[in-house]
Design a protein around this ligand. Structure first.
Ligand code: NDP
Length: 469
């Protein structure tokens, strides 16, 4: 019998996704460029082997899948996806569906979808989150492309996805690159969540002399409250781990230079294109870039001396630090959903806002209990800024004071809190009815005759510049 689905690319994610698919009872064919990896994968498939058909050529792979075919690509984003599509299409029929499940830039997915549309063949771009573990036991899946194409494979994608209670964390987001866009914003938020946790860790470590295990305890406590989330949980786990070689906390032996594959940066770039303010995410991406500049930072420390950092008697309580993270997190998500709204309008996707929050509740890296509250808030008011949802407005009221105290104390002592500070500034900007942009408008009109609006009259006006005023 032929397989119900095929998968190309048995790397970290592809291998785990293939096992997950087989485990849910779907017969699957697999192919990998380096065929030795395919044999190795099959040899280790154990009791799932009967559901798996390993193939050593693309032709055999295609032949082994029942028609109309459904084929998942799990290869690195960019040129490898185009190369695989180019190699596959000539072997496929017009109804055969290619599904790119890697982290494609949504603009690439948009153009691949357009090309597929022009060729009259089906195509999907789906964002898969949850890392290796998620891929194996239940990722969060954000689909994009034609809805008919999604419907064709939805039973498989929902079966393999994470579940929140009984709801599958696999949702069709919209046409073209919608799924990959939502995945990019997920990753941008992930950068920000991680950065804010790292900033709080920095205050505890450098400001208050906390050991890694002190930090672990605090993260574990927070994980039982409003901040309950995968990232807080694993922050507790990593903080308590010991390096077997040296007996030191693992955190203390890890170099302070963070990597990135670009998805957080894409979020910021797209936010700029769309005029959506996402300062918390921007700060997180900038912080990763700064982290890479290790040599310059060391040079700066020699040149200018290290920042004072120790808080001394200005200690911050665990409750205040928790409040700062809660308020910062709300600002970050308010910005992320605002960006999604702008994109939805710009690209005509009609993104299902509450469904986005729902699909992120389980399986993905940013999963947290707060996302369930966001799903409820967005069900009531899908297009409204999350800050104004009664549940979050109340949380902001309760926690913004902590955020202000933490940010101001940290800044006064030279501790790095760029993402939390961006969250606080966003909050303040969002409750300033009269901003200082009147000065910007005056300057623009002065040097470029761009005109301005008046508070007391309609129409475009110019200032009395150059008239001796
Ligand atoms: P890996 O590097 O582990 O695996 C890549 C796979 O793609 C390998 O099987 C490799 O084959 C194959 N491949 C590479 N280049 C080509 C090519 N030009 N043509 C055909 N096949 C090729 O990557 P991951 O599994 O980590 O990532 C795959 C995708 O999933 C990426 O887009 C990634 O961003 C995304 N992703 C990754 C996550 C993670 O946590 N790792 C999480 C979510 C998404 P070969 O064995 O021959 O080298």
């Amino acid at each position: 019998a032929k397989s119900e689905i095929g998968l190309i690319g048995l790397g970290t994610m592809g291998a785990m996704l293939a096992l997950n698919i087989a485990e849910k009872g779907f017969a699957i064919s697999v192919f990998n460029r380096t065929t030795a990896k395919t044999s190795e994968f099959f040899a280790e498939a154990g009791e799932l082997a009967p559901k798996i058909t390993p193939t050593m050529s693309l032709e055999d792979f295609v032949e082994s899948i029942e028609q109309p075919r459904n084929i998942i690509l799990m290869v690195p984003a960019g040129a490898p996806v185009d190369e695989q599509i180019a190699a596959l299409r000539p072997l496929l029929g017009p109804d055969d569906l290619i599904i790119d499940a890697g982290n494609a830039n949504f603009r690439d997915t948009q153009s691949r979808a357009e090309q597929a549309e022009a060729d009259g063949v089906p195509y999907l771009g789906i964002g898969v989150s949850g890392g290796e573990e998620g891929a194996r036991h239940g990722p969060s899946i954000m689909g994009g492309g034609r809805q008919e194409a999604w419907d064709r494979v939805a039973h498989i994608l929902t079966a393999i996805s994470a579940k929140y209670e009984d709801t599958a964390c696999a949702t069709w987001m919209g046409e073209g690159g919608a799924g990959h866009f939502v995945k990019a914003v997920h990753n941008g938020i992930e950068y920000a969540d991680m950065q804010m946790i790292a900033e709080i860790y920095g205050i505890m470590r450098d400001g208050q002399g906390a050991s890694a295990s002190d930090c672990a305890e605090i993260f574990q406590t927070w994980n039982k409250g409003t901040l309950q989330s995968y990232l807080i949980e694993i922050s507790g786990e990593v903080a308590k781990a010991t390096d077997p070689a040296t007996g030191q906390p693992v955190l203390d032996i890890i170099l302070d230079r963070a990597g990135q594959k670009g998805t957080g940066r894409w979020t910021v770039i797209e936010a700029q294109h769309l005029g959506a303010p996402v300062p918390v995410i921007e700060a997180a991406v900038a912080a990763r870039n700064l982290s890479a500049m290790k040599a310059e930072r060391v040079r700066g420390e020699t040149t200018f001396g290290a920042a004072p950092s120790a808080l001394g008697k200005h200690t911050l309580s665990a409750d205040e630090l928790e409040q700062a993270l809660i308020a910062g997190k709300i600002m970050c998500y308010a910005q992320g959903f605002h960006l999604l709204n702008n994109a939805s309008v710009e690209f005509g996707w009609d993104l299902p806002m509450p469904e986005i929050a729902r699909v992120w509740r389980e399986g993905c890296i940013i999963r947290s209990s707060m996302l369930n509250d966001m799903a409820e808030a967005l069900t009531a008011a899908p297009k409204d800024n999350l800050m104004f949802a009664p549940f979050f407005a109340k949380l902001i009221e309760e926690n913004a004071g902590g955020l202000r105290k933490v940010v101001s104390t940290a800044l006064a002592h030279g501790l790095q809190v760029p993402a939390l500070a961006a969250g606080l500034s966003y909050f303040d900007a969002m409750r300033t009815g009269r901003s200082t942009a009147n000065m910007i408008q005056a300057q623009r009109d002065f040097f470029g005759a761009h005109s301005f609006e008046r508070v007391d009259q309609d129409g475009a006006h110019h200032g009395p510049w150059g008239s001796g005023a």
